[in-house]
Design a protein around this ligand. Structure first.
Ligand SMILES: [Zn+2]
Length: 201
């Protein structure tokens, strides 16, 4: 999973000043704004799904703007940019899977979006990518952190069999490239997805 998006685009800042939106669904239902938000998110996420890190295209049939903390419950966070993430539209994992589960709860899951910035947690500090394709949690975490990190993986179904298979395949290719003398940064540019898998290897 990627770390939260922070660079709120100018279009959203000025839209908020002008319109003081309270509800994303009703007050931000503006074609140009949504386009601009999607552009900003996809660039910040380097064309990867926020949750699974698979490559995504800026195509509304394939991606959507997700509210990390569900907007129908966390009303105050509806128009917060850092509570927004661009997710793939897969039903078996990521945002669409999450929204069939319970509501995001900071005591159970990682605090990927927190109103208190000091409590904010970066997924890259919690997860490791194993060569068998599975995401695991770091050994150095406290028991509570481990539990919340594992819950988060399950909540988003990040160890869905399709994702495991893709990641395992990347690891095999990664080894091959390494054996041929390529550096990790260079290998990443051949894939341009699963950024954190490469960072940890
Ligand atoms: Zn995804």
């Amino acid at each position: 999973m990627l770390n939260p998006n922070h660079n709120e685009p100018e279009c959203f800042i000025s839209f908020k000043v002008k319109n003081s939106p309270h509800s994303y669904q009703d007050d931000c239902n503006d074609y140009e704004l949504r386009l601009c938000l999607r552009e900003a998110l996809i660039k910040e996420q380097k064309y990867q799904c926020f949750y699974c890190e698979k490559k995504i295209l800026n195509d509304t049939s394939k991606v959507h703007i997700d509210h990390i903390k569900q907007r129908d419950v966390y009303h105050k966070l509806e128009c917060k940019y850092s509570n927004m993430a661009l997710s793939c539209n897969e039903k078996t994992h990521c945002a669409k899977f999450k929204d069939k589960q319970e509501i995001w709860d900071d005591s159970k899951f990682l605090r990927i979006f927190s109103e208190n910035s000091e409590l904010q947690e970066n997924p890259s500090d919690f997860f490791i990518y194993r060569s068998n394709g599975k995401i695991g949690v770091k050994k150095t975490l406290s028991e509570n952190e481990k539990k919340r990190a594992i819950n988060t993986i399950e909540y988003l179904n990040l160890n869905h069999k399709n994702l495991i298979q893709v990641r395992e395949n990347i690891f095999l290719q990664l080894e091959m490239y390494k054996n041929n003398g390529y550096q990790i940064d260079e290998i990443y540019t051949f894939f341009n997805e699963f950024e954190n898998l490469f960072k940890g290897n």
